[in-house]
Design a protein around this ligand. Structure first.
Ligand code: UDP
Ligand code: MG
Length: 322
């Protein structure tokens, strides 16, 4: 007989997670068993790990039929891993969780409740504390969310994680955005729908180390801004207008002073400073235009976001690259 229970897909991006995976699998299995009213599929995306991650996944798949894995041909990054999981998930509900247990599976019942009983389309988790995280890192991260919300005019929630439970309609909307430069945090907000936020205390990584250093986080922040806002492009025009105004005032000042005092203006040091400053502004604006151009270039190549090397997902359902 056909199983009428709803299917929940749990997507887990993994990159060198051999230490954390056993703990994650244990916790996830416990949580799945605690929700007998649903069917589950675990989709592990091995993002080109160089450690024992894939063999662990194969071992789990061997003894647990809910476990599916797909393994990339190289490291494509978490955004690609999440995307690969989403295109290959067939659940009525889909959740994305980190392998390090920083996204506690224990929140799932509460999330399901919000979707089924309160009528939300997605339920997302946000950290309300940042204990265990460096002070500079958490300060910069907070500034980032403030700036992002302002310039993109989108709801960017501070402390938001990629951890969320979504309905099928929401996932289909996400997949309809076919861009190559993916900034999922922004896309979640862009597609709209009704989202509930659940706050929770920050959990430190169960095992292993974070894959992000400061430079990568900085690039990620820029990625978000360039992917979701064209405000920086307008900046060049603002600078232009402001400096034209300034130049006019300076011209009047010099002209009137020459008329009144009669002496020609001396002073090349100030001139050098002005020239240097303005060429700086020009290069800065040019660089910004370059950032957008680079994205147009990347998008126009239409390269796949991921290439899969092996999987245990059945052939007819499986999306191998995308
Ligand atoms: N991850 C990935 N590919 C990468 C980097 C990270 O799939 O290139 C996964 C990683 O295995 C983990 C999640 O993304 O499940 C979050 O990574 P991490 O814990 O290092 O980030 P943090 O929690 O420190 O933001
Ligand atoms: Mg983590």
């Amino acid at each position: 007989m056909e199983d009428a229970r709803r299917l929940i897909s749990l997507i887990v991006p993994c990159y060198n997670e051999q230490e954390a995976l056993p703990l994650f699998y244990q916790a996830a299995a416990r949580q799945m068993d605690a929700l007998p009213g649903y069917r589950f599929e675990l989709i592990f995306v091995d993002d080109g790990s160089r450690d024992q991650t894939l063999s662990l996944l194969k071992a789990y798949a061997g003894k647990d039929e809910r476990v599916h894995y797909l393994s990339f041909s190289r490291n494509f990054g978490k955004e690609s891993a999440m995307y690969a999981g989403l295109v290959n998930a067939s659940g009525d509900y889909v959740a994305i969780l980190d392998a390090d247990l920083q996204d506690p599976p224990a929140l799932l019942p509460q999330m399901l409740d919000a979707i089924e009983r309160e009528g939300y389309d997605s339920v997302a988790a946000r950290r309300v504390t940042r204990e265990g995280e460096g002070r500079v890192r958490s300060f910069l991260s907070r500034r980032f969310y403030a700036v992002m919300s302002r310039i993109t005019r989108m709801e960017m929630i501070e402390g938001a994680r990629d951890f969320r439970l979504m309905t099928r309609a929401y996932v289909d909307a996400l997949l309809a955005l076919s861009e190559r430069c993916r900034f999922t945090k922004g896309m979640f907000s862009w597609v709209g729908f009704k989202t509930k936020w659940i706050g929770y205390e920050n959990v430190e990584r169960a095992a292993g180390e974070t894959k992000w250093n400061m430079m990568q986080l900085f690039k990620y922040a820029l990625e978000g801004i360039f992917a979701f806002s064209v405000a920086p492009l307008a900046l060049a025009s603002y600078f232009g207008i402001a400096f034209c105004g300034l130049a006019l005032l300076a011209f009047l000042f010099v002209f009137i002073r020459a008329l009144v005092c009669g002496d020609p203006v001396a002073g090349w040091p100030s001139l050098v400073c002005i020239v240097l400053f303005l060429s700086g502004v020009q290069l800065f604006c040019l660089g910004m235009v370059g950032q957008y151009l680079a994205r147009v270039y990347t998008e126009s190549k239409h390269r796949p976001l991921f290439i899969c090397r092996e999987t245990n997902i059945s052939e007819e359902k499986f999306v191998k690259m995308g």
